[in-house]
Design a protein around this ligand. Sequence first.
Ligand code: MV4
Length: 448
Amino acid sequence: MFDKILIANRGEIALRIVRACKELGIKTVVVYSKVDRESLAVRLADEAVCIGPAPSGSSYLNIPAIISAAEITDVDALHPGYGFLAENAHFAEICESCRIKFIGPSVDNLRLMGNKALARETVQKLGIPTIPGSKSIIKDKQEALEVVKKIGYPVIIKSAGGGGGKGMRIAHNEISLLNSIDTAQAEAEASFGSPDVYIEKYIQRPRHIEFQILADNYGNIIHLGERDCTIQRRHQKLIEEAPSLRVDKELREKMGRAAVKCAKSIGYKGAGTVEFLLDEQGNYYFIEMNTRIQVEHPITEMVSGIDLLKEQIRIAAGERLRYQQKDIEIKGWAIECRINAEDWEKDFSPSPGRIEKWIIPGGRGVRVDTAVYPGCVIPPYYDSLIAKLITYGKTREEAILIMRRALEEFVIDPIKTTLPLYKEIFASEAFWEGKFHTQIIEELLQEK
Ligand code: MV4
């Protein structure tokens, strides 16, 4: 097992990794930017190294500074968390060349799954359902028109380097198709350094269902069930739950097998997530694979009883998986709300600042993953996520009732947050009945 791990991240996930390391008896080094000097992760880590000023490019994306911090503190491994450099194959390669174990999949896994068109092509060859569309990246508009003639409108144009919904454009006719290709290619070039795009049939009102995978270095791969991440806004997930109302035992086995087959086919190592869309007829389609621990990992931990961060670290240290698929039992129901420092009534504009009043909920079935404490300052430089409120019950109804209570207890002043939005959603019939779809947030906002 590792002696010391560097955590190349901040906020709640940095704290989550520090905690997992402490429980495994592993020493921790946390890197931080100047504005994060007083963070809880810095306070609880064994060592802390300032890697630069606030802007991410000068700190949490500053590869030379992070590698230097790893060298001077003589760590065995590095955990990237999520976001920042978590899926950066070049960074993983540098870690390996500096003999620092990157806690994540291999460089090849990162490269392959980082190219969403190549991932789709690879998975298609396995016979795993993918959404009808272009075989891979479209070479020109003529090919796009030929593809659309076969699948019909509406279609969605996605960037190969995107993922998570970034750089997606929907087209309902030929004019919007040709314009959208130009826009999507320009955006893809600007955001990901490559104009490569591919086309899929646009699935109306899908559910976003993702499967958690754990794979060790000896060919053992299991899945830990699904998470339903359908409630999103502009491709940012807001509420996630496990399991999904729309996945029964039979479908769970089918999709779980497909997720494991996908991971096995590429020799995947570590924790990963295979994302599917589920249409209203119950057909599932692979859309992408995420090669990191995800924000929403706690709901899988709650229903499976497995600590995903510890398993990730154990796998990276060369240990064999301690579970077989037959050992995995999904029990109860978990729901997560992402508490963002945003003014949801002003188009979710960021709301940074000092936390004067901070009361977190507790009691049976409540977990709060956060690095916030009274008096701390939420900086404007990073992602707006400040806490994840997770509730767990024997049934979905119980998890919702606990969530309603917990949301009422939660006090965050004076910054604006998404708390009031969740109070409305959890009070709604649509959520209780599970009749929500991708547009529930937009519809709720229109009623305002
Ligand atoms: C789609 C889609 C409809 N049709 N692909 C891809 C990344 C993920 N974050 C959302 N993505 C989507 N891909 C096709 N062919 C709709 C979405 C989508 C979505 C899907 C499920 C739940 C919420 C969503 C919010 C925005 C977009």
